[in-house]
Design a binder for this molecule. Structure first.
Ligand code: NAG
Ligand code: NAG
Ligand code: NAG
Ligand code: NAG
Ligand code: NAG
Ligand code: NAG
Length: 272
């Protein structure tokens, strides 16, 4: 009795400083749903298994390839170069402590989940070299700690959301080689001093994107072919016009000459 009484505060103390790592249901939901939404034809994710999902973190270690833990929570997911197919599950947002998500250089399809906005600690987002389609979610601007947004080499469409300009920590922004269109938002394209906030290289390879640091909007409808066509057409037309004018002029002068000659002839003819 006495022993228990004196031991209880110590236990409380111990559990306060060294809590037993109990698996987090949000991380379990995040990882198992992500695993369901992707296909892994090369079997890189061999230890992404049910028992390992049940306790994805034990201290700093994770039993799952590509997952890194901190304080019993997943804080980094790094699965590049794995030839993964399928899509990014919206349940990824349940990994609420995630700071870094790297799924680059796979074959992922589908859209960038709008739910990424709930990852309020996200600092690094690398989804480059996949086949992701749809728009860049404007709600990404809710992830205030974002440092890196790397989305190059996908098939993303639509405009670059101006809201992303509010991400003050953003130091890498690469959306090159997509199908984005419209003006580069001033908040992302503007200069700090004489230099662009992000190099043009981060915007290149999008046919219909324009504005600083890229060139101005291309004049609509007047392609090179159209300009050449108009040039040739008007050239031909003026040629035909001048030809007609010359013909008419020749005919007129010819008739005049004939008339004059006839006059001369009648004049020369002796009167009988
Ligand atoms: C999971 O798999 C990776 C590589 O496939 C391996 O390096 C790692 O040790 C494995 N982890 C465990 C806990 O088995
Ligand atoms: C992915 O592959 C490239 C080329 O082989 C390599 O340079 C890069 O380090 C790889 N990335 C990771 C995280 O393994
Ligand atoms: C992409 O991943 C493949 C392996 O899946 C690797 O061979 C290739 O070098 C990687 N490319 C880059 C640019 O990382
Ligand atoms: C996980 O994410 C989904 C979709 O965003 C959400 O509906 C759900 O409440 C989240 N939490 C858990 C524990 O599944
Ligand atoms: C760049 O854009 C931001 C956001 O629109 C604005 O606050 C800032 O003054 C601009 N800087 C310059 C140099 O234009
Ligand atoms: C932009 O390009 C210049 C010149 O090519 C280079 O020195 C600089 O490091 C680049 N900056 C960024 C942020 O990529």
């Amino acid at each position: 009795m006495n022993f228990a009484k004196s031991f209880t505060p110590m236990l409380i103390l111990i559990f306060t400083f060294f809590p037993p790592s109990s698996p987090d249901p949000n991380d379990q939901s995040c990882l198992s749903n992500l695993f369901q939404s992707i296909q892994d034809p090369n079997h890189n994710l061999i230890n992404w298994t049910k028992p390992n999902f049940a306790n994805p973190c034990s201290g700093f270690l994770s039993y799952l390839t590509g997952a890194t833990c901190n304080n019993g929570r997943i804080y980094k997911l790094s699965l590049p170069n794995f030839s993964l197919h399928g899509s990014i599950s919206p349940y990824i947002s349940n990994c609420t402590n995630l700071q870094s998500l790297d799924l680059s250089n796979n074959s992922l399809t589908g859209s960038i989940p709008n739910e990424l906005q709930y990852l309020v600690n996200l600092a690094v987002l690398k989804l480059s070299s996949n086949r992701l389609s749809g728009v860049i979610p404007p709600s990404l601007a809710m992830c205030a700690y974002l440092n890196v947004i790397d989305l190059h080499d996908n098939v993303l469409t639509g405009p670059i959301p101006a809201q992303l300009g509010s991400l003050v920590r953003l130091s890498v922004f690469d959306v090159s080689n997509n199908k984005l269109s419209g003006p580069i938002p001033g908040s992302l394209g503007n200069r700090t001093g004489n230099l662009p906030r992000f190099n043009a290289s981060g915007y290149l390879g999008n046919k219909d994107l324009y504005g600083y640091p890229l060139g101005p909007m291309k004049s609509k409808g007047l392609s090179v072919v159209a300009i050449v066509g108009i040039g040739l057409g008007s050239g031909l037309l003026s040629l035909m016009l001048s030809f007609t004018v010359v013909c008419v002029w020749l005919r007129v002068t010819d008739q005049k000459m004939v008339a004059e000659q006839e006059g001369k002839i009648t004049q020369l003819m002796p009167e009988y």
